[in-house]
Design a protein around this ligand. Structure first.
Ligand SMILES: Nc1ncnc2c1ncn2[C@@H]1O[C@H](COP(=O)(O)OP(=O)(O)OP(=O)(O)O)[C@@H](O)[C@H]1O
Length: 452
């Protein structure tokens, strides 16, 4: 069964053998890579674990004990989601093949192989791997196998099925909305609606009408009955995003609704029971969140029964290579560009980058690289990172090009204006967008464009 999404790796020191297998398999599977020695394997795994590895067991000429291949097998088995392994043995060496099977290989093939048998073995290996995958549909969109991401997925799996209110904390672009969606998918409400509301963008004047609904004629513009977000999400999950940006008066109204578990549409004479699971998110740091002048403590304690912290990308650098490959592949497909490799130097540099805009910025950088990159491999310049080499763990200082009189191009001035507004709004995207007079979506696009 051909599978255009499958990723196969052939690890064999004999380049003729590897090339023959690659030519055969490339016709049926999406990505078929070859490697001639185990030395490059760690970097390759960091960029994404293949689905199936065809593994030769001896690399050094003259060696037939299989020790090198078995060591690679151990490394493959240690991956968070190990690939299915087919051992390649040159000598019909049954004891070695048996040892490989004992150590976790799923199958073995003797060289020279029969093409049909090799293809059947790969098909079976893919099927085995698919069957072995954990029931992680809910968290499938959340990429990353770092210890922090694994912990996050475990947390989602245990908290998701409960009705507890969850507050998700993390910087802009770390994936808070993805986590909220994963919680919904892992819940008993998964068949219901997932409705996201940007609380920072709701004008105070229409806050109640937007959230609780209104009756026809209850105010000048109320030309028909309208359900609020609480009613629209009935039976599902309501994601209150940017909760830290709500004015205090609006916080009081939300608190009342959550305490009473009912809302009264404007102009209605009776309240309506609410049936939603509340998931909220903010990029406020916890010091600000616990400041009563910013956020009502009673509302905070309603919302944060469970707190999930999503770490910034610079604290889970192990995920960077996989995310880069994922988004490069996705944009290569989207823009119908040829598949290109990410050079080792560029990868190392990207892994050191501080990524102040987190995964969102990385995604934009990949899109830029796919569109603008011209060389055979991607180089670091293709990604348009801000600052040549910002120190790990630190957000880059705003560009001062205009101040220094170096560059008065409109692009540079726009970048400076955004960086300055962002700094003044303490990283708050909604406030920054408001200060600059653009929508949040437009601001995100500009952040990506300037690599901020
Ligand atoms: N772990 C991840 N795997 C794949 N994509 C991710 C991951 N985390 C974030 N993204 C992508 O990064 C972008 C930003 O994610 P998301 O909107 O969930 O972040 P956020 O923390 O809610 O951001 P903000 O606070 O700015 O609203 C999206 O395109 C999302 O698909």
């Amino acid at each position: 069964m051909a599978d255009s999404a499958a990723h196969i790796l052939i690890l064999d020191d004999d380049s003729d053998v590897a090339c023959a297998a690659q030519l055969l398999l490339r016709r049926r599977y999406g990505r078929v890579a070859t490697l001639h020695e185990p030395a490059g394997l760690a970097a390759l795994l960091a960029a994404g674990v293949p689905d199936v590895v065809l593994l030769d067991l001896n690399f050094t000429p003259g060696r037939i004990d299989g020790a090198e291949g078995l060591a690679v097998l151990d490394l493959l088995r240690a991956q968070a989601r190990p690939p299915a392994v087919i051992a390649l043995t040159a000598y019909a060496d049954v004891p070695l093949a048996v040892e490989a099977l004992k150590r976790g290989a799923g199958d073995f093939i003797t060289k020279p192989w029969d093409n049909a048998r090799l293809v059947a073995a790969v098909d079976q290996a893919l099927a085995r791997r698919a069957a072995r995958q954990p029931a992680d549909g809910a968290t499938a969109a959340l990429m990353g196998e770092s210890a922090a991401m694994r912990e996050l997925k475990t947390m989602i799996a245990s908290v998701g099925p409960t009705e507890a209110n969850v507050m998700i904390l993390g910087e802009n672009g770390v994936g808070k909305e993805l986590v909220a969606r994963a919680l919904h998918l892992a819940s008993r409400r998964a068949a219901g609606t997932f409705l996201a509301v940007d609380m920072g963008a709701l004008p105070e004047s229409t806050f109640e009408s937007e959230l609780f609904g209104h009756r026809k004629g209850s105010f000048t513009d109320a030309r028909a009955d309208r359900a609020g977000r609480f009613q629209a999400a009935r039976g599902g999950s309501l994601f209150l995003d940017e909760i830290g940006n709500m004015p205090l008066a609006a916080q009081a109204k939300l608190l009342t609704a959550l305490e009473r578990r009912e809302v009264t549409p404007i102009g209605a004479d009776r309240p309506e029971a609410i049936d939603v699971r509340i998931v909220s998110a903010t990029n406020l740091d916890e010091v600000r969140l616990f400041d009563a002048a910013v956020f009502r403590p009673d509302l905070l304690f309603r919302l944060n029964t469970i707190v999930i912290r999503v770490p910034p990308l610079r604290e889970r650098r192990d995920d960077i290579a996989g995310l880069l490959r994922h988004y490069l592949d996705a944009y290569e497909r989207q823009y119908q560009r040829p598949a290109r490799a990410l050079g080792a130097a560029a990868l190392a540099r990207l892994q050191r980058h501080a990524w102040p805009g987190n995964v969102r910025a990385l995604r934009h950088a990949c899109e830029r690289a796919v569109i603008l990159g011209r060389d055979a491999d991607y180089g670091v310049d293709d990604f348009g990172l801000a600052g040549a080499a910002p120190a790990a763990g630190a957000a880059p200082a705003p560009a001062r090009a205009a101040e220094a009189g170096e560059d008065f191009s409109l692009g540079a001035l726009e970048r400076d204006a955004i960086a300055a507004a962002l700094a003044q709004a303490k990283g708050n995207i909604s406030h920054t967008a408001k200060m600059l007079g653009v929508s949040r979506a437009a601001l995100y696009r500009k952040l990506g464009k300037h690599g901020i």
